[in-house]
Design a protein around this ligand. Structure first.
Ligand SMILES: Cc1cc2nc3c(=O)[nH]c(=O)nc-3n(C[C@H](O)[C@H](O)[C@H](O)COP(=O)(O)O)c2cc1C
Length: 354
C-alpha cells in the first residue's frame, strides 16, 4: 500500500510544526494511520531491561508527551515507546512559536519547555491494560519548582506501577530547571534520594538522559555518579544548543537542535559513554537517526537500542520499517547472527583520547 505520509507531508509541512503535530496525534488517535508491516527479522531482536523486544527501534520522548497515542505507536513499528516529558503539575511551556523546521538540514529546533498535562492526567490515560510493548516514561521537574529533586521523587513514585523504565531527563536545554542535575553533587543527592524510594513490587528501571552539551571532564564525573548509584541505563543524547557550522537553514531560533546535524556529536558522545561504562549498563542511542546505516553506527558505537523522533517528521513511520530492514541486511553483511553481537564493535577500532 502507498505510504499515506507521502501525501500528507506537503500539507503538514505547510502548517506550523506544532499544529502539524497535533493533527498527526489526532490521526493516530482516530486510528487513521495504517499499521506498518510487522515483519522483523529474528536477527534484530534484542534484550533490554530484562525483556525480549522484536527490534531495537524505540520512539524518543517528546512525540507523545501526554500519553495520547502510545498504544498506537507499537503498530507503527516501534518495539518500545517513551512518553513524556511529564512534570508533576500541568504547565504551558514557553510562548509560541517554539518549534521550527530546518528542512534543508533534516533538523528541528524546539524550545517547548515541557508543555504537558501533568502527572495526574497522564496517569489517567495510562490506566487500563499495560501495552504488550515496552513503555518508558520521561520525567521532568516543573520549570517553576523550588525543589526539582522532590519533583523527581514524586514522579518516580507516582509512575512506578505503570512503566518498564522511567527516564530522568536531566538534560533539557529549554526549561529553567532542565539542567540543574548536570552538577555531579546534586545528581549524587538526587540518585541517593531516588534509591531510597519504594518503587513497588516490580520496580521500573531507572534511566538517565544526558545532554550532548557537556565536556569530557563533566561527562566522566556524571557517569561515575550514575554507575555508583546503580543506574539501569543511559540515554545519549538530548537536543543540543550548539549550532554546527554545516547548518544551511536559519538557526537563529532559541532552543535545542535535533535531527541530522545532531548525529555526529551524539554518536561520538555515545562512544565515549560506552567507553566510560564498559558495558556495565545498556545504552540507548538517540540523535539524528534517519536510516538503517545510522542506527547501525549507533549500535556499533555501543547502543543496545536506539530511539528517534525528528526522522519521523521528515520520513513518517515508514522510516521505522526501513531502518529495521536495513539493519537486518547490515548484520548479515557483517556476519553477525544477532544484533547484540554488533553492539560496541566500533569501539576496538576507535582511538580513545587519553
Ligand atoms: C519537539 C521535540 C520535543 C522534545 N521533547 C522532549 C522531552 O519532553 N523530553 C526529552 O527527554 N526529550 C525530548 N526531545 C528530545 C528527543 O527525545 C531526542 O532526544 C532528540 O530530539 C534527538 O533525537 P532525534 O534527532 O531523533 O530527534 C524532544 C525533541 C523534539 C524535536
Amino acid at each position: 500500500m502507498a505510504d499515506p505520509f507521502v501525501f500528507a507531508k506537503p500539507f503538514l509541512h505547510m502548517l506550523d510544526p506544532e499544529r502539524a503535530h497535533e493533527l498527526t496525534l489526532r490521526a493516530l488517535e482516530a486510528n487513521l494511520v495504517p499499521a506498518q508491516p510487522q515483519v522483523d527479522e529474528p536477527s534484530i531482536a534484542i534484550d533490554l531491561f530484562g525483556r525480549r523486544l522484536h527490534g531495537p527501534v524505540g520512539l524518543a520522548a517528546g512525540f507523545d508527551k501526554n500519553a495520547r497515542v502510545f498504544r498506537r505507536m507499537y503498530a507503527q513499528g516501534f518495539s518500545f515507546v517513551e512518553i513524556g516529558g511529564v512534570t508533576p503539575r500541568p504547565q504551558r511551556g514557553n510562548p509560541r512559536p517554539r518549534v521550527f523546521r530546518l528542512p534543508e538540514d533534516g533538523a528541528i529546533i524546539n524550545n517547548m519547555g515541557f508543555p504537558n498535562d501533568g502527572a495526574e492526567a497522564v496517569v489517567r490515560r495510562l490506566g487500563g491494560e499495560r501495552p504488550a510493548g515496552m513503555l518508558g516514561i520521561n520525567l521532568a521537574s516543573n520549570g517553576d519548582s523550588a525543589d526539582p529533586a522532590e519533583d523527581f521523587a514524586g514522579l518516580v513514585q507516582r509512575f512506578s506501577n505503570y512503566a518498564d523504565y522511567l527516564t530522568l531527563d536531566i538534560s533539557c536545554p529549554n526549561s529553567a530547571n532542565g539542567k540543574v542535575f548536570l552538577e555531579p553533587a546534586r545528581l549524587r543527592d538526587l540518585m541517593a534520594r531516588l534509591g531510597a524510594l519504594d518503587r513497588g513490587p516490580v520496580p521500573p528501571k531507572l534511566v538517565a538522559k544526558l545532554s550532548p552539551d557537556i565536556d569530557d571532564a563533566l561527562l566522566g564525573q556524571l557517569i561515575e555518579v550514575l554507575l555508583e548509584a546503580k543506574i539501569d541505563g543511559i540515554i545519549v543524547a538530548n537536543t543540543t544548543i550548539e549550532r554546527p557550522e554545516t547548518l544551511r537553514g536559519n538557526a537563529s531560533m532559541r532552543g535545542g537542535l535535533s535531527g541530522r546535524p545532531l548525529f555526529a556529536r551524539s554518536t561520538a558522545m555515545l562512544a565515549q559513554v560506552a567507553h566510560l561504562t564498559g558495558g556495565a549498563v545498556p545504552l540507548i542511542g538517540v540523535g539524528g537517526i534517519a536510516s538503517g546505516p545510522q542506527a547501525y553506527e549507533k549500535i556499533r558505537a555501543g547502543a543496545t537500542a536506539v530511539q528517534l523522533y525528528t526522522g519521523l517528521i521528515y520520513g513518517g513511520t515508514a522510516l521505522v520499517t526501513r531502518i529495521k530492514r536495513e539493519l537486518a541486511v547490515l548484520l548479515m553483511r557483517d556476519g553477525y547472527g544477532t544484533l547484540s553481537e554488533a553492539v560496541g564493535t566500533a569501539r576496538s577500532a576507535r582511538k580513545v583520547s587519553p
